[in-house]
Design a protein around this ligand. Structure first.
Ligand code: PLP
Length: 416
């Protein structure tokens, strides 16, 4: 893709192009931050309005049954399950990604402690998302484990008789580097350990096959590529082989086998339903379902495989255009398709932050991750090849004009 005309021709020939109509995108914006907060589906406002005025306003308490509120965590869970390769009834929507990580990591540590108490290590990646490391650090302290952090290439060498749990984020939030889930899971199992996978940057972005990879536990985020809205509920999965063994450390009544018996003792619900804790946030769940449906809408057009092919074409084109035109920026994402998620990052040691602010002022929205990463997420559901071309052109102009030096682009906001 060398010219804007070629980009327009690719869009004209793109069978996924109609999926963009599902979204309400502001005029004059090229949105390259769907990996941080997905865009608003057109259906969401009306659906949330309906839940508020009809289901809540008129139905009131009756809606828990009549509108199916009580089974929403399972209903949306089954939809997300289709995107990550698990069967119906194996995955639920609940709480936040951080809280779900606490639950599954507690469970995995509990199983290992019972089977092989000499295993005391939780292994993760040094550049994993901080909340994952903070939760792991806290659980390690509470239960007498050690959190070991390593670079991706060092992981296989650390799978030994000490290892209890390998805890990784499938696609790195910063660089977009993607792990080989099946290979690492097999290596962890061969060493006698369990695996916990965070799919925050994978669900709805790249094909995931948790069952095929024989993973143990997984969690993921609702507000990134699933377009569920700010603070959308997250999801949680456990392999059915652990279904009756895994522990729920947050033993709330919604995860009880019979919540409406109101018994004083806790009996966990069978299977993944025990990973519900308290009453679900219904309005947020309604919005999340609209977002998940926008991804499922790609099903008749080839589903995640087709979205992945377009995503790779978009990220490849953007990386090539920026590398050719902005020699001061260093590509910080893998060049090899198989190692790259749905984002492209460039590093600049000094002026990454102001360059991103100047770009955002031009309507090209990516984000900055300290200390030096300019991050661009590519959501194939609504991005066009011409957006890629225009974004690269804007970045080139920001750098050559030097407009990023303006004082207004150099003041750090709370959220970067
Ligand atoms: C976005 C993200 C989270 C977010 O966790 P919250 O509990 O929703 O704040 C967690 N882990 C990873 C890897 C993420 O990318």
């Amino acid at each position: 893709m060398q010219t804007r005309e070629e980009a327009l021709a690719l869009d004209a020939a793109d069978p996924l192009a109609p999926l963009r109509e599902q979204f309400s995108l502001p005029e004059g914006v090229i949105y390259l931050d769907g990996n941080s907060l997905g865009v608003l589906p057109r259906s969401t406002a009306a659906r949330v309005q309906q839940v508020v005025t009809e289901e809540w306003g008129t139905g009131l308490i009756r809606s828990w049954n009549s509108a199916g509120w009580i089974t929403l965590p399972q209903r949306i869970g089954d939809k997300i399950g289709q995107l990550v390769g698990v069967g119906a009834g194996e995955l639920v929507v609940a709480d936040s990604t951080s809280v779900n990580l606490f639950k599954v990591l507690s469970a995995a540590l509990n199983i290992v402690a019972a089977d092989s108490p000499q295993r005391r290590v939780i292994l993760s990646e040094r550049s994993n998302f901080p909340t994952d490391l903070y939760i792991a650090e806290s659980l390690a302290k509470q239960h007498g484990f050690t959190l070991v952090l390593a670079e991706p290439d060092e992981l296989p060498g650390l799978m030994n008789e000490q290892l209890a749990v390998l805890m990784l984020t499938h696609v790195n939030y910063r660089t977009g580097r993607m792990h080989d889930m099946a290979a690492l899971t097999a290596a962890a199992h061969a060493a006698g350990a369990l695996t916990v996978w965070d799919l925050a940057h994978s669900a709805g972005a790249v094909p995931v096959d948790l069952s095929g990879a024989n993973a143990d536990f997984a969690i993921g985020c609702g507000y990134k590529y699933l377009n569920g809205g700010p603070g959308a509920p997250a999801f949680v999965w456990a392999h059915p082989r652990h279904a009756d063994r895994f522990w729920q450390p947050l033993s709330g009544w919604m995860g009880h086998a019979a919540p409406f018996q109101f018994t004083p003792d806790y009996q966990p619900a069978p299977g993944i339903a025990r990973y519900l804790c308290g009453t679900p946030a219904l309005l947020s769940m309604a919005a999340l379902e609209c977002g998940v449906d926008t991804v499922l809408a790609a099903g008749p057009m080839g589903g995640m495989a087709a979205l992945r092919a377009k995503s790779l074409a978009l990220t490849r084109a953007f990386a090539a255009l920026v590398e050719a035109r902005c020699p001061d920026l260093g590509l910080a994402s893998p060049r090899e398709d198989a190692l790259r998620g749905s984002q492209v990052c460039f590093a600049h040691p000094e002026w990454g932050y102001p360059v991103m602010q100047a770009l955002i002022a031009r309507g090209v929205i990516g984000d900055f991750r300290a200390p030096d990463i300019l991050r661009f997420g590519f959501t194939p559901l609504y991005l066009r090849f011409v957006d890629v071309w225009d974004a690269a052109e804007h970045l080139h102009q920001v750098l050559t004009s030097g407009e990023w030096r303006e004082a207004r682009f150099n003041q750090r906001a709370a959220v970067t």
